[in-house]
Design a protein around this ligand. Structure first.
Ligand code: GRF
Length: 192
């Protein structure tokens, strides 16, 4: 069966990347993770990629003088690898309007809140400090506006009395690793 060639963009641990890649193999999903791109040299996700035998590239934003140049280098690598679908997974760079528009419908992201609540880089902390009773994660199509775009799926959990940022982060990851692969499959199946 033909598979949708998928790339995952990361900046750090890459646990979502790993979940996406493993689920594809275990469930014979419609996509294959062919490539990981990290903007950080020391990202642990690069070690995970090596362990899974998945090709990786480092594109440091520090080597480029503008967002446009950085994005166009990423775009070039994606094209060279015939990538059809891009998953952002803890990728901590804002993408240009041009990039988001070019890949619209083939570019998705995971965010650790029940969007539209708690957009931004500190979603778990923000929700905790706001006293949220329920938390969760969202997978959505990426449009130029940050943490917006059509929602593909959400997973939620109840915040317990004794939860703190660390326990909430762990619970969030558990939910993310279930949700993200399912949503990637949903998009990939449509693209096939
Ligand atoms: C996840 O919580 C994701 O929602 C957010 O960044 C984190 C990435 O974690 N965008 P990991 O690198 O996949 O472990």
């Amino acid at each position: 069966m033909r598979k949708i060639k998928t790339a995952v963009l990361i900046s750090g641990s890459g646990s979502n990347f790993q979940a996406i890649a493993k689920a594809a193999k275990d469930n014979d999903y419609s996509y294959d993770v062919k490539l990981v791109i990290s903007n950080k040299k020391g990202a642990y996700g690069l070690v995970r990629a090596a362990n899974l035998g998945i090709k990786s590239e480092i594109v440091s934003h520090k080597d480029f003088s503008s967002r446009e140049e950085f994005d166009s280098e990423i775009d070039k690598i994606l094209e060279e690898n015939d990538i059809e679908l891009i998953c952002l997974a803890g990728f901590m760079r804002l993408l240009t309007k041009e990039f988001a528009e070019k890949w619209q419908g083939r570019l998705i992201n995971i965010h650790p809140s029940l969007l539209p609540d708690f957009k931004g880089a500190n979603a778990i902390k923000d929700a905790y400090e706001a006293g949220a009773k329920k938390m969760g994660c969202t997978v959505h199509y990426v449009i130029h506006e940050v943490d917006s775009g059509e929602i593909l799926g959400q997973e939620e959990f109840i915040v317990q009395e004794n939860d703190d940022i660390e326990s909430l982060t762990n619970k969030m990851h558990e939910k993310e690793h279930i949700l993200y692969p399912k949503c990637v499959e949903k998009v990939a199946a449509k693209l096939l």
